[in-house]
Design a protein around this ligand. Structure first.
Ligand SMILES: Cc1cc2nc3c(=O)[nH]c(=O)nc-3n(C[C@H](O)[C@H](O)[C@H](O)COP(=O)(O)O)c2cc1C
Length: 211
């Protein structure tokens, strides 16, 4: 698969087949992740690969609990299932609360592989380009995650960049120390459906040319 095809065809998947992912594919994904760029090649990341069923179930339970208690927000996410009429107004707070109720997190139980992306803030280097100099590890982890998503796509796998979780219990469960930051979890598995493309805003609205 060429790069352009992988970039365009990649979708966020929230429904996975009940099939394991081959170890070689997971290794290839982690290798691609590790080749991401970082400031001064600091490589401010670590990975936790979660495959055990009971561990995935715990992650699901933590997220469900956070969803019920309103500790996570839903802004900016797209949904597999159309939302009922009552949540048609996307900008109001009430509609966001309702939308969250309709957002199923079952994929956390069903997906065969979850890769936790752990950022290492202490290895961030100072850079004049970043207002918050300590933030540079986050940008590196973003590059890591995009490598994972595109490699998964090229290997015939579906993936999801997942952030809608409650940091505290998940960090405790994964034994992530205070000096580290759980940036995201990336779900990887064989996709059960081909989700429609949510599309993008017109590109020309996003570009300023200085000719
Ligand atoms: C920083 C970031 C966080 C995201 N977190 C979640 C999430 O927690 N749950 C989810 O279902 N999708 C999440 N997504 C996926 C987006 O909803 C998705 O990329 C977007 O709707 C565009 O759809 P596409 O990926 O299929 O092109 C996240 C994406 C990014 C970049």
């Amino acid at each position: 698969m060429d790069l352009e095809e992988a970039i365009r065809n990649r979708r966020s998947h929230r429904l996975f087949k009940n099939a394991p992912v081959e170890r070689e594919k997971i290794d290839a994904i982690l290798d691609a992740a590790h080749w991401a760029p970082s400031p001064a090649n600091t490589q401010p990341w670590e990975f936790i690969v979660i495959r055990r069923r009971d561990a995935r179930r715990r992650l699901f339970e933590f997220s469900e609990e956070a969803k019920r208690s309103g500790r996570i927000e839903v802004r900016g996410f797209s949904y597999v299932r159309p939302l009922p009429e009552t949540v048609a107004e996307p900008s109001s707070e009430e509609s966001e609360r309702l939308a969250l109720q309709h957002y199923s997190l079952s994929f956390l139980k069903n997906v065969p592989v979850i890769i936790a992306i752990v950022g290492l803030p202490l290895t961030s280097v100072r850079s004049a380009s970043y207002q918050e100099t300590r933030d540079s590890y986050k940008y590196s982890c973003g590059a890591v995650i995009q490598n994972i998503l595109l490699t998964a796509e090229s290997l015939g796998l579906g993936s999801l960049w997942f952030t809608l979780f409650d940091q505290k219990p998940v960090r405790q469960f994964l034994r992530i120390g205070n000096s580290k930051h759980l940036v995201a979890m990336v779900l990887v598995g064989y996709a059960a459906i081909s989700p429609p493309s949510p599309g993008r805003l017109p590109l020309k609205e996003k570009i300023t040319w200085i000719d």
